[in-house]
Design a protein around this ligand. Structure first.
Ligand SMILES: [Fe+2]
Ligand SMILES: [Fe+2]
Length: 278
């Protein structure tokens, strides 16, 4: 099954004064989600380069088109998350310092890892974004009663991550299919990427919370813990689908959530009308 993503140029207006408390679960949960945003502009640039490297090695014209759309979508996500991250910096949060650390890490990886490993990192992290997107779109409590601008941005990003979730993976299959160590590389990189990503998100969330004087108290941390490991929490809900990645015949659309894609065009029209009226 193949789905052709579409690049959509839309903009969001985020309420600057709500940057640290746009989520009803409080500041710690807000800063946790804000921390995820710090990874996107530099991370998505890395994904774009990893996929673009293989452009000439893909002969399927449909996959070529999907690669172009993937690059376009990730570029738009990066642009909107950059604006989001600027608001954090303006509010006194260490967004630039933390983003620079992610950037330095990715630059080091680019300097030493071959293109196939860079693509393996891309598909590993695209699996993560697909799981996060499915959580955002499926579990009402994740975005319920959140400030509308932030909610719209995370919904849009989740819809498009779902739409293009198989593109980098299809490139991997197309260019790596005859290599005997393809599975071992894909699986090993997922384990390392998971450990590293979780460690960085944890450390950076603590840094962000420390910089936010209102984000204090055990109660708020408990609320974040419930958000992640509670009945519909991300970690609990995503563990099995994360494990599926290690099946030799895994493909992202085996988790078939394409029904969400039916709402994209209406969502985009609504968003465009909103920004035209602003
Ligand atoms: Fe993205
Ligand atoms: Fe993506």
């Amino acid at each position: 099954m193949s789905i052709l993503p579409i690049r959509r140029d839309i903009r969001f207006s985020l309420a600057a004064e709500r940057i640290s408390d746009w989520h009803p679960r409080g500041q710690v949960t807000t800063q946790f989600i804000n921390t995820l945003s710090l990874f996107f502009p530099v991370g998505e640039r890395f994904f774009i380069q990893a996929v673009r490297h293989y452009r000439d090695q893909v002969s399927d014209p449909e996959l070529q088109k999907a690669m172009t759309a993937f690059i376009g979508q990730e570029a738009m996500h990066g642009r909107e998350h950059e604006e989001y991250n600027d608001l954090m910096q303006q509010a006194g949060l260490p967004a630039v310092a933390l983003e620079n650390r992610v950037k330095a890490l990715l630059e080091r990886i680019k300097a030493v890892a071959p293109p196939s490993t860079q693509l393996a990192i891309t598909i590993a992290l695209e699996h993560y974004t697909a799981l996060l997107a499915d959580w955002v779109l499926s579990v009402d409590a994740v975005t319920r009663d959140t400030e509308p601008g932030y909610q719209a941005l995370w919904r849009w990003h989740s819809l498009e991550e779902t739409e293009h979730k198989a593109v980098a993976y299809d490139v991997w299959n197309a260019v790596m299919k005859d290599r005997p160590r393809a599975y071992a590389e894909r699986a090993a990189v997922q384990l390392i990427a998971t450990g590293l990503f979780m460690a960085l998100v944890s450390v950076y969330t603590v840094r962000m919370v420390r910089a936010d004087r209102k984000a204090r108290g055990l109660k708020q941390w408990r609320s974040l813990a419930g958000f992640l490991v509670g009945r519909e929490g991300f970690l609990r809900r995503s563990f099995r689908p994360w494990l599926d990645y290690f099946k030799p015949g895994f493909h992202p659309w085996q988790h078939d959530n394409r029904h969400f894609l039916a709402e994209i065009e209406d969502f985009v029209r609504g968003q465009q009308a909103l920004s035209a009226a602003a």
